[in-house]
Write a protein that binds this ligand. Structure first.
Ligand code: ARG
Length: 562
């Protein structure tokens, strides 16, 4: 929390910028330490000597209780009594807005996330993009950025030729209405099976897609139906997860701009025909070619993404454009960003927010047609398991479906977001739903624990949230630890935005909850000492508020009983 301030303080004193300070491993060594070894080389003096000289020169600010030299380090001890008042007051005043900042003022961030493919179910792979994107959306918004959430639907491409062919050959309008995604997926799977035996089917599908690109009336009508029925299904899941988008402009939206993009590309880059396709050679960058048009002149995923990038630059004038897409598409984005760079189109604004794979630790998740795990099945399973656990624990919320839903969804979302997004996730049902692990249910449980303390305090002492407190009474180690955590929250939010990593918030919340539970297990919050009770209750209230605000940034709800 004071890292920057301490760095500035030392910089100012010695007139050297970009210094590194450390966080000592033990409280006896203070809160921050400045090692003098580097300076020793520069100044040709012993590190210890430098530490001694420097410590005298530094003007101690109010928030520092003591500056002490220990060996070759200058150690800083923060005066948490003076800051606990500031932090607690701020949290009690700002409540649900605590953590909000306006560093992003006047800046637009476009986030391309979820982006499923029409006629296919939202699968477990899309879960990652959906929850990471949604969390980054909330994090940036809380920092004062204007955020545009775009669901770049996969609603164009050769697969529609296959679907249209399959529907015309084997489809049923009744089945389609009844369960659109299931029927379309069945047709897709059937097409693939049949086309293995009969290669003519692929040609027929290509013809159908070509007709669609040329705006054939019948094909366009089928496409529209597939799109709107699928989108309705997707929206049902977004509703369960409480996720909204500002735009559903998918791949098809850019069709009318492809011509213009081609012109621009041809003007600024060397394009060439290779085996009938129009490409930009990227051999120089050790990458396969960027396809603009395929050999039968149909448009490519590349070209549509290039158009989308140009459109987004023009329309939103963004500070950054984030693509929350899995590692399978790493090459695609490298190619796209290289082309944008060659076209001098602000490559630095474009960020691929990459993530690893998601799999289940055991065979607890059965696949449906086409070997796909449906996201909907995963969410339902989690909610049902949450119900079962609450029944087993004889929880007071055991028949409360709303609570079970929040716990079940929270568990799945947190299992994803608490991992560094670049790592692969192996999902284990027992672990993600444990009330005592690094899980959402643990955080929700801690929140409920806070509520019940507050409830009790209200009953016994009629304490209301606006309490005048003697902050000096919060002096135990476990209390100071919590105050430090609370004071860190804002930095954590910034750090997680800067790295596009919601796990920074998620892990912070686990640490906060652990520190809180240690406090709770060792210290009596409600006692005969009214002043001490008041101070501790304020601390508990702050913890509950920050857990709530932090979970909200992850797209997870708190519950009031468990
Ligand atoms: N529809 C793609 C898929 O499901 C993801 C699209 C990501 N966004 C983009 N602009 N390419 O794999």
């Amino acid at each position: 929390m004071f890292e920057k301030k301490i760095k500035d303080l030392i910089s100012k004193t010695i007139g050297i910028k970009n210094l590194e300070i450390e966080i000592p491993p033990k409280q006896e060594l203070g809160d921050y330490a400045f090692p003098c070894f580097e300076l020793s080389k520069k100044l040709n003096k012993s590190a210890q000597e430098i530490a001694n000289d420097l410590a005298v020169k530094i003007k101690k600010p109010n928030f520092v209780k003591e500056i002490r030299v220990l060996g070759s380090y200058i150690n800083f001890f923060i005066d948490y009594n003076s800051i606990s008042k500031k932090i607690i007051n701020e949290i009690l005043k700002e409540k649900n807005n605590f953590g909000s900042q306006n560093i992003g003022k006047n800046r637009v961030i476009v986030i391309d996330f979820s982006s499923p493919n029409i006629a296919k179910p939202l699968n477990i792979g899309h879960l990652r993009s959906t929850v990471i994107g949604n969390s980054l959306y909330k994090i940036y918004k809380s920092l004062g950025y204007k955020v545009v959430g775009v669901n770049h639907l996969g609603d164009w491409g050769t697969q529609f030729g296959k679907l249209i062919y399959a529907y015309k050959t084997w489809g049923s309008s009744i089945e389609l209405k009844k369960d659109p995604i299931k029927h379309l997926l069945d047709l897709y799977v059937k097409f693939h099976k049949e086309s293995k035996q009969n290669s003519k089917l692929d040609d027929a599908a290509r013809d159908e897609f070509q007709k669609l690109e040329k705006r054939d009336k019948k094909n366009l009508e089928l496409w529209k139906t597939f799109r709107s029925l699928s989108l309705e299904e997707f929206k049902k899941i977004y509703k369960i997860l409480n996720i909204k988008f500002d735009s559903y402009d998918g791949e098809a939206f850019y069709n009318s701009q492809l011509e213009e993009t081609l012109k621009l590309t041809k003007k600024s880059l060397n394009t060439k025909i290779s085996e009938g396709a129009l490409i930009v050679d990227l051999e120089k960058f050790k990458m396969p070619p960027f396809f603009l048009l395929k050999s039968n002149e149909t448009s490519s995923y590349h070209l549509r993404d290039l158009s989308a990038a140009i459109y987004r630059l023009k329309t939103y004038k963004p500070y950054k454009i984030l693509y929350v897409v899995g590692c399978e598409q790493e090459l695609h984005f490298k190619q796209l960003f290289t082309i944008l760079d060659l076209m001098k189109l602000n490559k630095d604004k474009f960020i691929h927010v990459n993530f690893g794979m998601f799999s289940f630790s055991d065979n607890t998740m059965s696949t449906r047609e086409g070997n796909i795990i449906f996201l909907e099945d995963v969410l339902n399973k989690s909610i049902n398991l949450a119900k079962k656990i609450m029944a087993d624990k004889k929880s007071i919320a055991k028949n409360d479906n709303e609570t079970a839903k929040k716990i079940g969804l929270g568990a799945v979302i947190f299992a994803d977001l608490s991992n560094d997004r670049n790592k692969n996730i192996i999902f284990n049902w027992n672990r993600v739903l444990a009330f005592d692990g690094d899980t959402a249910p643990y955080l929700q449980y801690t929140y409920v624990r806070c509520l019940s303390i507050l409830e009790k305090a209200k009953k016994e002492y009629k304490l209301t949230p606006d309490i005048k407190i003697d902050y000096k009474l919060l002096k135990e180690d476990s209390e100071i630890k919590i105050i430090k955590d609370l004071g860190n929250f804002k930095n954590i939010v910034i750090k997680s935005a800067e790295n596009y990593k919601p796990n920074i918030v998620a892990n912070y919340l686990i640490d906060l909850a652990k520190d809180f539970n240690e406090f709770y297990n060792n210290i009596r919050v409600i006692s005969n000492d009214i002043n001490s009770t008041k101070a501790k209750v304020a601390l508990v209230l702050c913890v509950s508020q920050v857990i709530k605000n932090g979970l909200n940034l992850l797209g997870i709800s708190t519950v009031n009983k468990m």
